[in-house]
Design a protein. Sequence first.
Length: 253
Amino acid sequence: MGAGHAHRLYRRGDSPVHTLPPHTKIVAVLGFVLVVVSTPREAVWAFALYAVLLGGVAAIARIPAGSLLRRLVIEAPFVAFAFLMPFVVPGEQTTVLGVSLSVPGLWGAWNVLAKGTLGVAASVLLASTTELRALLLGLQRLKLPPLLVQIASFMIRYGDVITDEMRRMSTARRSRGFEAKGVRHWRVLATSAGALFIRSYERGERVHLAMVSRGYAGSMPVIDEVTATRAQWLHAAALPAAALLICLLGRTP
Protein backbone atom coordinates (compact mmCIF):
# COMPACT_ATOMS: atom_id res chain seq x y z
CA MET A 1 0.00 0.00 0.00
CA GLY A 2 2.87 2.42 0.04
CA ALA A 3 3.78 4.83 2.78
CA GLY A 4 1.59 5.65 5.71
CA HIS A 5 -0.92 8.43 5.45
CA ALA A 6 -1.82 10.22 8.67
CA HIS A 7 -5.18 11.89 8.97
CA ARG A 8 -6.47 14.55 11.30
CA LEU A 9 -8.90 12.09 12.88
CA TYR A 10 -6.11 9.79 14.04
CA ARG A 11 -4.58 10.42 17.47
CA ARG A 12 -1.22 8.77 17.98
CA GLY A 13 -0.89 6.59 21.04
CA ASP A 14 0.30 3.28 22.44
CA SER A 15 -2.85 2.27 24.31
CA PRO A 16 -4.18 -1.31 24.17
CA VAL A 17 -6.81 -0.12 21.69
CA HIS A 18 -4.21 1.45 19.39
CA THR A 19 -2.10 -1.70 19.32
CA LEU A 20 -4.91 -4.06 18.31
CA PRO A 21 -4.67 -5.25 14.69
CA PRO A 22 -6.94 -3.13 12.46
CA HIS A 23 -9.10 -5.98 11.16
CA THR A 24 -10.03 -7.03 14.70
CA LYS A 25 -11.17 -3.48 15.47
CA ILE A 26 -13.18 -3.28 12.24
CA VAL A 27 -15.01 -6.51 13.08
CA ALA A 28 -15.57 -5.34 16.66
CA VAL A 29 -17.08 -2.00 15.56
CA LEU A 30 -19.25 -3.69 12.93
CA GLY A 31 -20.50 -6.21 15.49
CA PHE A 32 -21.20 -3.46 18.03
CA VAL A 33 -23.17 -1.40 15.48
CA LEU A 34 -25.23 -4.43 14.42
CA VAL A 35 -26.11 -5.15 18.05
CA VAL A 36 -27.06 -1.51 18.69
CA VAL A 37 -29.26 -1.38 15.59
CA SER A 38 -31.07 -4.59 16.60
CA THR A 39 -31.83 -3.32 20.12
CA PRO A 40 -35.50 -2.40 20.73
CA ARG A 41 -35.87 1.36 20.88
CA GLU A 42 -37.96 1.05 24.04
CA ALA A 43 -34.94 -0.31 25.97
CA VAL A 44 -33.67 3.18 26.82
CA TRP A 45 -31.42 1.90 29.60
CA ALA A 46 -29.63 -0.38 27.11
CA PHE A 47 -28.53 2.58 25.01
CA ALA A 48 -27.22 4.30 28.13
CA LEU A 49 -25.10 1.21 28.86
CA TYR A 50 -23.84 1.17 25.26
CA ALA A 51 -22.68 4.76 25.76
CA VAL A 52 -20.90 3.69 28.94
CA LEU A 53 -19.13 0.92 27.00
CA LEU A 54 -17.92 3.39 24.39
CA GLY A 55 -16.85 5.76 27.15
CA GLY A 56 -14.79 2.95 28.65
CA VAL A 57 -13.12 2.26 25.29
CA ALA A 58 -12.37 5.98 24.90
CA ALA A 59 -10.84 6.06 28.38
CA ILE A 60 -8.65 3.03 27.66
CA ALA A 61 -7.57 4.60 24.35
CA ARG A 62 -6.99 7.94 26.12
CA ILE A 63 -9.24 9.83 23.69
CA PRO A 64 -10.39 13.11 25.32
CA ALA A 65 -14.14 13.42 25.73
CA GLY A 66 -14.09 16.89 24.20
CA SER A 67 -12.37 15.62 21.06
CA LEU A 68 -14.89 12.79 20.72
CA LEU A 69 -17.87 15.13 21.17
CA ARG A 70 -16.53 17.63 18.61
CA ARG A 71 -16.22 14.92 16.01
CA LEU A 72 -19.82 13.84 16.59
CA VAL A 73 -20.89 17.08 14.91
CA ILE A 74 -20.71 15.16 11.63
CA GLU A 75 -24.13 13.68 12.42
CA ALA A 76 -25.79 17.12 12.56
CA PRO A 77 -27.96 16.47 9.42
CA PHE A 78 -29.40 13.32 11.03
CA VAL A 79 -30.09 15.25 14.24
CA ALA A 80 -32.01 17.87 12.25
CA PHE A 81 -34.01 15.12 10.55
CA ALA A 82 -34.78 13.50 13.89
CA PHE A 83 -36.06 16.76 15.38
CA LEU A 84 -38.55 17.08 12.50
CA MET A 85 -40.04 13.62 12.98
CA PRO A 86 -42.30 14.46 15.98
CA PHE A 87 -43.93 17.16 13.86
CA VAL A 88 -44.47 15.25 10.61
CA VAL A 89 -45.07 11.60 11.59
CA PRO A 90 -48.80 10.85 11.92
CA GLY A 91 -50.24 9.00 14.89
CA GLU A 92 -51.18 9.47 18.51
CA GLN A 93 -50.44 12.96 19.82
CA THR A 94 -49.02 14.13 23.13
CA THR A 95 -48.29 17.58 24.52
CA VAL A 96 -44.76 18.58 25.53
CA LEU A 97 -44.28 22.11 26.90
CA GLY A 98 -47.50 23.16 25.24
CA VAL A 99 -46.51 21.76 21.83
CA SER A 100 -48.45 18.88 20.25
CA LEU A 101 -46.08 16.13 19.15
CA SER A 102 -46.52 12.72 17.56
CA VAL A 103 -45.79 9.80 19.87
CA PRO A 104 -44.55 7.55 17.02
CA GLY A 105 -42.48 10.51 15.82
CA LEU A 106 -40.89 10.94 19.25
CA TRP A 107 -39.98 7.26 19.36
CA GLY A 108 -38.65 7.45 15.81
CA ALA A 109 -36.55 10.51 16.66
CA TRP A 110 -35.15 8.77 19.72
CA ASN A 111 -34.38 5.68 17.65
CA VAL A 112 -32.46 7.69 15.04
CA LEU A 113 -30.60 9.81 17.59
CA ALA A 114 -29.61 6.98 19.93
CA LYS A 115 -28.54 4.44 17.34
CA GLY A 116 -27.01 6.99 14.98
CA THR A 117 -24.98 8.68 17.71
CA LEU A 118 -23.65 5.40 19.06
CA GLY A 119 -22.72 4.22 15.58
CA VAL A 120 -20.93 7.45 14.74
CA ALA A 121 -19.15 7.45 18.11
CA ALA A 122 -17.91 3.89 17.52
CA SER A 123 -16.67 4.88 14.05
CA VAL A 124 -14.92 7.96 15.44
CA LEU A 125 -13.15 5.82 18.04
CA LEU A 126 -12.04 3.45 15.29
CA ALA A 127 -10.68 6.33 13.20
CA SER A 128 -9.03 7.92 16.25
CA THR A 129 -7.09 4.77 17.14
CA THR A 130 -6.25 3.37 13.70
CA GLU A 131 -4.24 4.92 10.88
CA LEU A 132 -5.98 5.06 7.53
CA ARG A 133 -3.33 2.90 5.92
CA ALA A 134 -3.83 0.31 8.67
CA LEU A 135 -7.58 0.39 8.06
CA LEU A 136 -7.02 -0.39 4.40
CA LEU A 137 -4.73 -3.27 5.31
CA GLY A 138 -7.39 -4.49 7.74
CA LEU A 139 -10.07 -4.40 5.04
CA GLN A 140 -7.74 -6.28 2.75
CA ARG A 141 -7.13 -8.85 5.48
CA LEU A 142 -10.92 -9.28 5.80
CA LYS A 143 -11.07 -10.14 2.08
CA LEU A 144 -12.91 -7.03 0.96
CA PRO A 145 -12.90 -6.95 -2.88
CA PRO A 146 -9.46 -5.64 -3.94
CA LEU A 147 -11.00 -3.10 -6.32
CA LEU A 148 -12.93 -1.46 -3.47
CA VAL A 149 -9.78 -1.36 -1.33
CA GLN A 150 -7.87 0.31 -4.16
CA ILE A 151 -10.61 2.88 -4.71
CA ALA A 152 -10.62 3.72 -1.00
CA SER A 153 -6.82 3.91 -1.02
CA PHE A 154 -6.75 6.37 -3.91
CA MET A 155 -9.52 8.45 -2.35
CA ILE A 156 -7.50 8.76 0.85
CA ARG A 157 -4.22 9.49 -0.90
CA TYR A 158 -5.52 12.08 -3.33
CA GLY A 159 -8.41 13.60 -1.39
CA ASP A 160 -6.02 16.02 0.28
CA VAL A 161 -4.34 16.74 -3.05
CA ILE A 162 -7.66 17.78 -4.60
CA THR A 163 -8.50 19.80 -1.49
CA ASP A 164 -5.19 21.66 -1.80
CA GLU A 165 -5.92 22.34 -5.46
CA MET A 166 -9.31 23.76 -4.55
CA ARG A 167 -7.69 25.92 -1.87
CA ARG A 168 -5.17 27.31 -4.38
CA MET A 169 -7.96 28.15 -6.82
CA SER A 170 -9.84 29.94 -4.05
CA THR A 171 -6.71 31.93 -3.17
CA ALA A 172 -6.25 32.87 -6.81
CA ARG A 173 -9.85 34.15 -7.02
CA ARG A 174 -9.46 36.23 -3.89
CA SER A 175 -6.14 37.68 -5.10
CA ARG A 176 -8.03 39.00 -8.12
CA GLY A 177 -10.62 40.67 -5.94
CA PHE A 178 -13.35 38.06 -6.28
CA GLU A 179 -15.62 37.42 -3.32
CA ALA A 180 -18.82 35.38 -3.63
CA LYS A 181 -21.67 37.44 -2.22
CA GLY A 182 -24.77 36.33 -4.08
CA VAL A 183 -26.43 34.41 -6.89
CA ARG A 184 -24.68 36.48 -9.57
CA HIS A 185 -21.37 34.91 -8.54
CA TRP A 186 -22.58 31.34 -8.92
CA ARG A 187 -21.37 31.25 -12.53
CA VAL A 188 -17.79 31.88 -11.41
CA LEU A 189 -18.04 29.20 -8.74
CA ALA A 190 -19.53 26.74 -11.26
CA THR A 191 -16.68 27.48 -13.69
CA SER A 192 -14.17 26.89 -10.88
CA ALA A 193 -15.83 23.58 -10.04
CA GLY A 194 -15.60 22.52 -13.70
CA ALA A 195 -11.94 23.50 -13.86
CA LEU A 196 -11.27 21.55 -10.66
CA PHE A 197 -12.93 18.47 -12.17
CA ILE A 198 -10.82 18.72 -15.34
CA ARG A 199 -7.60 19.17 -13.38
CA SER A 200 -8.47 16.23 -11.11
CA TYR A 201 -9.29 14.02 -14.09
CA GLU A 202 -6.05 14.92 -15.85
CA ARG A 203 -4.07 14.32 -12.66
CA GLY A 204 -5.72 10.92 -12.32
CA GLU A 205 -4.69 10.03 -15.87
CA ARG A 206 -1.09 11.06 -15.21
CA VAL A 207 -1.00 9.03 -12.00
CA HIS A 208 -2.43 5.98 -13.78
CA LEU A 209 0.10 6.21 -16.61
CA ALA A 210 2.92 6.54 -14.07
CA MET A 211 1.68 3.45 -12.23
CA VAL A 212 1.36 1.42 -15.44
CA SER A 213 4.90 2.41 -16.46
CA ARG A 214 6.09 1.01 -13.13
CA GLY A 215 4.40 -2.36 -13.60
CA TYR A 216 0.89 -1.79 -12.20
CA ALA A 217 -1.42 -4.54 -13.50
CA GLY A 218 -4.64 -3.96 -11.59
CA SER A 219 -3.60 -4.91 -8.07
CA MET A 220 -1.51 -3.26 -5.38
CA PRO A 221 1.28 -5.17 -3.63
CA VAL A 222 0.74 -5.99 0.04
CA ILE A 223 3.74 -4.74 2.00
CA ASP A 224 2.55 -5.64 5.50
CA GLU A 225 0.75 -8.86 6.34
CA VAL A 226 -1.41 -8.02 9.34
CA THR A 227 -2.12 -10.94 11.68
CA ALA A 228 -3.85 -11.21 15.03
CA THR A 229 -3.42 -13.59 17.93
CA ARG A 230 -6.29 -15.31 19.71
CA ALA A 231 -5.82 -13.00 22.69
CA GLN A 232 -6.12 -9.93 20.47
CA TRP A 233 -9.33 -11.26 18.93
CA LEU A 234 -10.71 -11.86 22.42
CA HIS A 235 -9.82 -8.33 23.51
CA ALA A 236 -11.49 -6.87 20.42
CA ALA A 237 -14.56 -9.06 20.93
CA ALA A 238 -15.11 -7.71 24.44
CA LEU A 239 -17.03 -4.65 23.16
CA PRO A 240 -19.54 -6.42 20.87
CA ALA A 241 -19.90 -9.32 23.35
CA ALA A 242 -20.81 -6.95 26.20
CA ALA A 243 -23.19 -5.10 23.88
CA LEU A 244 -24.82 -8.39 22.82
CA LEU A 245 -25.41 -9.30 26.47
CA ILE A 246 -27.07 -5.93 27.06
CA CYS A 247 -29.19 -6.38 23.93
CA LEU A 248 -30.40 -9.81 25.04
CA LEU A 249 -31.32 -8.43 28.47
CA GLY A 250 -33.16 -5.59 26.71
CA ARG A 251 -35.22 -8.09 24.76
CA THR A 252 -36.14 -10.09 27.86
CA PRO A 253 -39.80 -9.45 28.79
